[in-house]
Design a protein around this ligand. Sequence first.
Ligand code: DOR
Ligand code: ZN
Length: 437
Amino acid sequence: MATRTVVIRGVRPYGEGERLDVLLADGVIKQLAPAIEIDEHPDATVLDAAGQILLPGFVDLHTHLREPGREDTETIRTGSAAAALGGFTAVFAMANTNPVADNEIIVEHVWRRGREIGLVDVYPIGAVTVGLAGQRLAEMGQMARSQAQVRVFSDDGHCVADPLIMRRALEYSRALDGVIAQHAEEPRLTAGAQAHEGEHAARLGLAGWPAAAEESIIARDCLLAGHLGARLHVCHVSTAGAADVLRWAKARPHAGSISAEVTPHHLLLTDERLATYDPVNKVNPPLRTSVDVAALRQALAEGVIDCVATDHAPHAVQDKDCEWDAARPGMLGLQTALSVLAEAMVSTGLLDWRGIARVLSERPAAIGGLPDQGRPIEVGEPANLVLIDPDASWTVHGADLASIADNTPYEGMTLPAKIMTTILRGAITAHDGKVAE
Ligand code: DOR
Ligand code: ZN
């Protein structure tokens, strides 16, 4: 990505105040002014962004890029393209690849491929346990000391269910200045589960995934993190009760450091979708009830849930276009995240654009330990930015998305707000629906 001088015209940082021009050069923000003289920058790329909103580039703490192992569904290249088109300047790649990212060879591969492609900064997440099997801790220190400098560890897709293994993982991560991102699901309570345990699953005869399976692990891990003074990040919080547990845990003295994410789909979709019997709606944790959705929106607005993470989970047609029980859980998320949030949080008045910057950029950057992301839009700060047209809308078609897989639950839906341009260290990575060459 060639870094050039860029002049953005007529933009409103955070959607606030008067329109400004913004000068980017050498990878940083050089000037913010009502009118910048273009003549003084003859080589500049000029972006006419009249009325658009400027936010810090988004950071996704939870992306499945599927490389190595399932390159038929996504690669680091196609996932990077989807990320750039979705307004992201950094993504954390989950460890449940094949082979698993539980050693420095795999994490360095992912890290290096991300850099080579250059559309988004790719930070590999290291597995907590060898092979995600939950039995033996992975070489967390080795991954932390590798070139990839792993700081986030997760067995996502699986819960670190054994409390003693979780305790040790929290202790090691504390020593490494890292964080454990827990997929909270007590496996004894979800064996065979297919959908949220409630009225809709009962009607269809699908085995239920009780809310308590998630909430009990979150409570346990918050208590452990507090006891150890370690950092816990809770992945994809999906129930009202989980939000209550987090609210309680964060308010305790000596709470440790607890953070949590919610996915866009858990903020918009409910288990009423089960009636379609379409496995595109199968996801882990499952779509919950409208009461849960309302509580998650509230918790995100309040900051009880810190941030939004996509859980972008590409799956092959044969793993989705099959009977419900056989289908894999997961849905695409990178390119629809901002629009789903605009629908669920902005149009409802629960968050303004500054709030969107907080939940999609500032908090995830802080949780992931990225000093150059989620920064304020000020002179001297790194030019990791996204431009949004808040008044545009678009209709989602899975086949048009950059991912190889097309398992979007928003097929055919018209959603508000459009990503116009994404900028990484001053270089345009995506513009007007196309990624940079
Ligand atoms: O729905 C999900 N899909 N949840 C997970 O935890 C894993 C993910 C995947 O890897 O497909
Ligand atoms: Zn998960």
